[in-house]
Every structure is written in C-alpha cells, then in structure tokens.
Write a protein that binds this ligand. Structure first.
Ligand SMILES: C[S@@+](CC[C@H](N)C(=O)[O-])C[C@H]1O[C@@H](n2cnc3c(N)ncnc32)[C@H](O)[C@@H]1O
Length: 205
C-alpha cells in the first residue's frame, strides 16, 4: 500500500474510507448512480474514491481505469476487482501532478476538481475534455460557490466553481444533463453542487 499524499483533503477521505470499509459501506452516492446511465465504452474514473462506480461499471462490462490518492481506496478496488474478475485497474496517484496518458470513451470526475487551486482545476478540466474520444462523454461534478461546508478543504488549495462555469466550459459539446443541487452538511452548513454530462462532437472542424 502506498503512502498518503500530504494534503488535508486526501487525509480527510482516507479516514472516511477506512471507516466505510470497517462498516462495509459501499453504497453508490446519487451522482455515481446518475453517472452509470451515461457511461459508454472505456472509462477513466478520476478521483474514484472507494470505487463503487468503477466496480459497478466493470460489472457492466466497461474497461475502467480508476485513479485516486487514497491508498486505502486503491487497495480495496484492486482487491475487489481481482475477486470478481472485473476489467478494473486502480492506480494511486496525486492528481495535482498526474497527467492523463490516453483517451477514453468516458471520463468521469465526480467530486474532485474543487480540491485544487483554480488554475489547476481548470487545467484538469481541459485535460479531461482533451482525453475524451470524439463522440465520447465527460461526466463532471463539482462544488460551487455558496458551499459553506469547508471541513474537507486545505485552506490554500480549493476552488468553488461559480454557478454556471462548469457548463459554460463545455462550449461546443452537447450537454446531455446539467443539474444544480444543495445538500445539507454538518453543523448547519451546506454543499452546493453542479453536475454536467456532456458529449464531445464526433467531428472536430
Ligand atoms: C468527494 S470524494 C469523491 C469520490 C468519488 N468520486 C465519489 O463520488 O464518491 C473526493 C475524492 O477525491 C480524491 N482526491 C482529492 N484530492 C486528490 C488529489 N490531489 N489526487 C487524487 N485524488 C484526490 C479523494 O481521495 C476522494 O476520493
């Protein structure tokens, strides 16, 4: 098992995943459930967390590469994939510096991009878009301005997207779904989300 990136956000999730594994809590979250219906072909699941989406995608026949900084999550995914004989490969990497090395039919990033400074978050979003095959899909979910639950952020290393920025950055793509939502968080705070599913044009002019 690799070492944990020294990053408050990653440590937050590492602790959460260890707790979830102890409790055998592997339920898909609402965004992962939503994403399942839009997956096509090969899948990159960036910031895959415990891999509930990646593993379910593998069960449905998708070849999946799952990436996260949490060693606990990566070990769990690879063990489960091996046990079930699924075409899922999990890689431990810090996405602050990791580069996407090949293109996929679907690139998923649920709940990841807000854990970087604005410049890196937008650079990653562009990299995601560039690594979707023509006719393929990007499924991206971020926290937006208005979010008041800050406990999982490293103070100098996060970005709350303005309300419509995510969708606007998919100019020229077909927006299959664009949704905003609010979820209650601890101590009376809240999380505001934006989710976009977009299809890259088949032909680039
Ligand atoms: C909100 S969770 C989302 C997990 C999963 N996509 C889901 O929907 O349940 C955020 C994930 O991003 C990962 N993460 C945060 N910063 C990261 C980084 N710098 N490199 C790689 N993964 C990171 C965390 O370890 C965590 O698994």
């Amino acid at each position: 098992m690799g070492s944990v990136t020294h990053n408050k956000s990653v440590e937050f999730f590492e602790t959460q995943f260890q707790r979830q594994i102890r409790g055998q809590d592997y339920a898909l979250n609402p965004f992962e459930t939503l994403a399942l219906d839009y997956l096509t072909g090969t899948v990159l699941d960036l910031g895959c967390g415990l891999g509930n989406l990646s593993l379910e995608a593998g069960r449905r026949g998708h070849r999946v590469v799952a990436v996260d900084a949490s060693p606990t999550a990566i070990a769990r995914i690879n063990a489960q994939a091996q046990q079930e004989g699924l075409p899922v490969q999990a890689i431990q990497a810090d996405v602050e510096s990791w580069t996407i090395d090949q293109s996929y039919d679907t690139v998923v990033a649920i709940g990841l991009l807000m854990f970087f400074r604005r410049e890196r978050a937008l650079e990653l979003l562009r990299a995601i878009q560039e690594h979707v095959h023509p006719g393929g899909r990007a499924i991206v979910n971020v926290l937006t301005e208005g979010t008041t639950y800050m406990g999982m952020f490293q103070p100098d290393n996060y970005y709350l997207f303005p309300d419509h920025e995510l969708e606007e950055r998919f100019g020229g793509w077909t927006i299959l779904l664009s949704r905003h939502g609010t979820f209650p968080a601890p101590e009376g705070t809240r999380k505001e989300f934006s989710t976009v599913v977009a299809e890259r044009p088949s032909q680039t002019s």
